[in-house]
Design a protein around this ligand. Structure first.
Ligand SMILES: [Zn+2]
Length: 490
């Protein structure tokens, strides 16, 4: 099983409200109360800071909680350095006391979150992940939790096994040039490039790689990117793809890993040795013309696309320039991850349930930066907004009993394709966020069924344990609530 290495915090359970509590199971209620206790302890410490005349520390203490939003998932960037930030040697007694109390509090709650995560892992894997992530946010130095996410200590830093292997083989990561032998870095910075066993100028290198067939190949942990734009642009694309990969891998772990694997991971037993999976292949053209020209034979209507994943080529295609956008990158790369991360039928959703294949890609498009966090979802996401307008204003809705019967062609050739996509996006947000995430595990099982071809039109209702008209009603209620929530927002 691949290591998982960035951290997703699904804070929805912390503020699900009374409606959520009604549906929530015992574990979810325990998680809520654990989170509440953590908040109370931090607030008490912040109040003490204020009394001591330490307003900056009071703020820092409250910041430890991070943002919460029942309609958004937050993914923090964790510190790479092992160990907490040091206080200056001349720190006052009060400051030293605050620092010690905060560390103790974070350590204690980190352990409490982790213990609860281990208890939740069999029955509620998505909740277990929320808790593991809460644990690591509380205490980024928690070794067992770091191991869950694929980290190990290496020269005073948290690194993935892949990174450690790269370093041990004498390579370094540079955000302009990617992985390269340490001894090459200086010459790269001076505008030299190593090409076919000899050193040439960067201009000459670019000239020789102008045709995508001879382009640069950039390898990251999970991707191989071929580009004729530039080495630097390929490396940047690789960083974005790796970020998506990490988040996808956490959210959908039960899509590609067995329950036994996930339980073993959480139990603190050594991670299974990973069998190296082939890298996902991506082509990144210098501009739209090159993209159109190269792909027209495979896809006659390529001109209307701004990126595409072609399953039988097992490759995603994008181009640089004004029409490029990250949402398209995340959308197509999500199709690729679901298709290639486990055994899958060639055309998932061909005869039924096609909406979820698009719905999940439309949802992952929402990945964006917010302050110190990466975030998914959100009431301001244009796809969710469109879904609300269609349902609440236009009263357009295809009941799930019918929607789940639509196959790929039904949707892709429909004159209402944009409206159907909006509904697919709205329903996916609903499955991720409804009542603190109670349907999130079922969503992952649904995707598994569709991608493995074991699905029927009834699969989703069975997994949610509710008849379709009831789910239709819940969806309408969810959208109406998001609307009210947005109106009430400052
Ligand atoms: Zn798509």
């Amino acid at each position: 099983m691949p290591p998982v290495r960035v951290f997703l915090v699904l804070t929805a359970f912390a503020c699900g409200g009374p409606a959520a509590a009604g549906r929530a199971d015992v574990l979810q209620r325990e998680a809520e109360s654990q989170f509440q206790q953590y908040r109370t302890d931090l607030e008490d410490l912040a109040a003490w800071c204020t009394q001591q005349g330490l307003p900056a520390e009071a703020r820092q203490t409250l910041d430890v909680l991070g943002p919460t939003d029942p309609y958004r998932l937050f993914i923090p960037d964790l510190p790479r350095t092992v160990g907490p930030a040091e206080l200056p040697p001349d720190a006052s007694q009060e400051l030293a006391q605050w620092h010690r109390r905060l560390q103790q509090l974070r350590t204690r709650h980190g352990t409490a979150f982790y213990d609860l995560a281990r208890r939740a892992v069999r029955r509620r894997p998505s909740l277990a992940y929320e808790l593991a992530l809460a644990a690591i946010r509380a205490n980024p130095a928690h070794e067992a939790v770091r191991r869950i996410f694929g980290y190990q200590k290496y020269l005073g830093e948290w690194r993935t096994a892949y990174e450690v292997r790269q370093f041990r083989s004498g390579r370094v990561w540079d955000e302009r040039f990617g992985w390269l032998p340490k001894g090459h870095l200086h010459r790269y910075e001076q505008g030299r490039r190593f090409h076919d066993g000899r050193w040439i100028t960067a201009d000459e290198d670019a000239r020789q790689r102008a045709d995508i067939r001879n382009g640069w190949d950039i390898e990251t942990e999970h991707y191989r990117i071929r580009t004729n734009h530039s080495l630097e642009a390929g490396v940047q694309l690789g960083e974005k793809l790796e970020r998506l990969y990490t988040i996808w891998q956490q959210l959908f772990i039960r899509f590609y890993a067995s329950q036994a694997d996930v339980v073993a991971l959480f139990s603190g037993r050594a991670q299974r040795q990973r069998t190296p999976a082939p890298r996902h292949q991506v082509a990144y053209f210098r501009d739209r013309d090159d993209y159109n020209r190269s792909l027209r034979a495979a896809m006659p209507n390529i001109d209307v696309s701004i990126g595409v994943y072609i399953p039988n080529m097992r490759r995603a295609y994008f181009f640089a320039g004004d029409d490029y956008d990250d949402r398209t990158l995340y959308h197509e790369a999500t199709h690729q991850l679901f298709q290639e991360s486990r055994r899958a039928v060639p055309l998932p959703g061909e005869h039924r349930n096609f909406w979820i294949v698009e719905g999940i890609a439309l949802f992952m498009e929402s990945l964006h930066r917010e302050g110190d966090y990466w975030a998914l979802g959100g009431l301001d996401d244009p796809r969710l907004h469109a879904a609300r307008v269609r349902l609440l204003r236009d009263d357009f809705y295809i009941p799930l009993a019918e929607f789940t019967r639509l196959g790929m062609e039904d949707i892709q050739t429909s004159p209402r394709i944009a409206t159907l996509y909006s509904q697919a996006a709205g329903l996916t947000h609903f499955l991720v966020f409804y009542e603190g995430g109670i349907y999130r595990d079922a969503l992952v099982q649904y995707l598994s069924a569709v991608y493995s071809g074991r699905d029927t039109p009834q699969t989703l209702a069975d997994l949610l344990d509710a008849p379709y008209p009831e789910i239709d009603r819940q969806y309408r209620q969810f959208l109406a609530e998001t609307f009210r929530h947005e109106q009430a927002a400052p």
